[in-house]
Design a protein around this ligand. Sequence first.
Ligand SMILES: Cc1cc2nc3c(=O)[nH]c(=O)nc-3n(C[C@H](O)[C@H](O)[C@H](O)COP(=O)(O)OP(=O)(O)OC[C@H]3O[C@@H](n4cnc5c(N)ncnc54)[C@H](O)[C@@H]3O)c2cc1C
Length: 427
Amino acid sequence: MKDLSFDAVVIGGGAAGMAAALVLDSSGFSCAILEREDHLGGILMQCIHNGFGLHEFKEELTGPEFAGRFIEKTLKTKIAVYLNTTVTSIKPDASYSEGKGAGVYKELFCVSPDQGVLHIHARAVILAMGCRERNRGNVRIPGSRPAGVYTAGLAQRLVNIEGYIPGKEVVIIGSGDIGLIMARRMSWVGCKVKAVVEIMPYPAGLTRNIVQCLQDFNIPLYLSSQTTNIYGNDRVEGVEVTPMENGVTLPEKKFRIDCDTVLLSVGLVPENELSKDAGVELNGTTNGPLVDSSLMTNVDGVFACGNVLHVHDLVDWVAEESRRAGSFAAEWLRGERPLSQIRVKAGSNVRYVNPGKFNPRRDNNIYMRSMIVKNDAVLELRLDNRVIKSVKERHVQPSEMINITLGPKDLEGVNAGPDSVLEFSIN
Ligand SMILES: Cc1cc2nc3c(=O)[nH]c(=O)nc-3n(C[C@H](O)[C@H](O)[C@H](O)COP(=O)(O)OP(=O)(O)OC[C@H]3O[C@@H](n4cnc5c(N)ncnc54)[C@H](O)[C@@H]3O)c2cc1C
């Protein structure tokens, strides 16, 4: 077993992991990226469509191009990159049970076909493991179990990386971004995409994807419609769709769409098995770690960023957030700690707010998601029930993250104590 030691290790070599590692490296700390795939870049490498980097690079890139810019920078630094390396556990470091390193060092075990078992000691750990797709088992669609049912991300990998086309006539269940992108991709490779079926009354994906991936290809989108059966024995033969009204299915209106392939785009779940094992507390709404104003989890020195923290709509925000995680981890390594923090809470019509704490002494970037679709909405911030700020939002919808910067200026003339709560609501 190989023993290694770093100031910080980053788990995951996607956009989040690389962005965080680059900051740690430029702050003078020794740092390693541990990545289970045989390449850096994460999910971006299978997203060959454009639409990435408009905020980060002020130009429109494909996923691999966006990743390529980070990979190029990463490989020019002293960051140690371990590919084909899966982290299997993070624990308080048993070699430092007493003395200066006690409670500071963590030990990680990783497996790699090239290196065998790696035993790594690190003071700070950044969780950047991304997320995974929900599958048929997670959404309980009735019917038989024929071949031809894929998650949209798996189909994307088959088409874009492996060079296989998984079917000819396709129905997509769920209108998440991956499903929308795949509706267009499957059309381009010669398949007939017959419909996208969405249980909610509004699409789950970005508006630009509805326009560019469905409307431009005349692909029908059935909103408020539940998939109530998948037909077929050996291979998928069709799906049954039942329209809904006010959340109730209308069986008399059900209809069948013949197809040989079903793609599921029914949501993403942050990949936190490893985090849970390390004692990291999770947020029941996002399924990501609960973090304070410095993106640190309840485990001292363990930080989280990117899709493992909460599922982001754009990689640009992943990069922005992860740079901050890297910089907060560097501060922590230098022994700096936030002097005071105010608890942050989701109020009416807000699904979640991240991070869960606010540092009143510096600017804080706060991300949230709306629970409603509304034009001319108002985002209201209340500190201990007193409105301290109102921000006009031209349009809000659950699929698009809202981002706001809040700093000491916003608290001028307000008395905030240790029990204060900052609540975000949308009206
Ligand atoms: C189909 C699709 C379309 C998208 N379209 C757009 C778009 O048009 N514009 C846009 O801005 N954004 C888009 N996004 C979103 C964007 O790609 C992601 O938000 C971003 O790339 C996530 O980065 P990440 O580093 O958090 O996660 P990932 O890229 O998933 O990276 C996580 C990495 O962690 C590794 N890992 C996990 N567990 C372990 C472990 N135990 N040990 C070692 N390594 C581990 C994984 O192998 C992976 O490489 C899209 C995403 C998808 C899936």
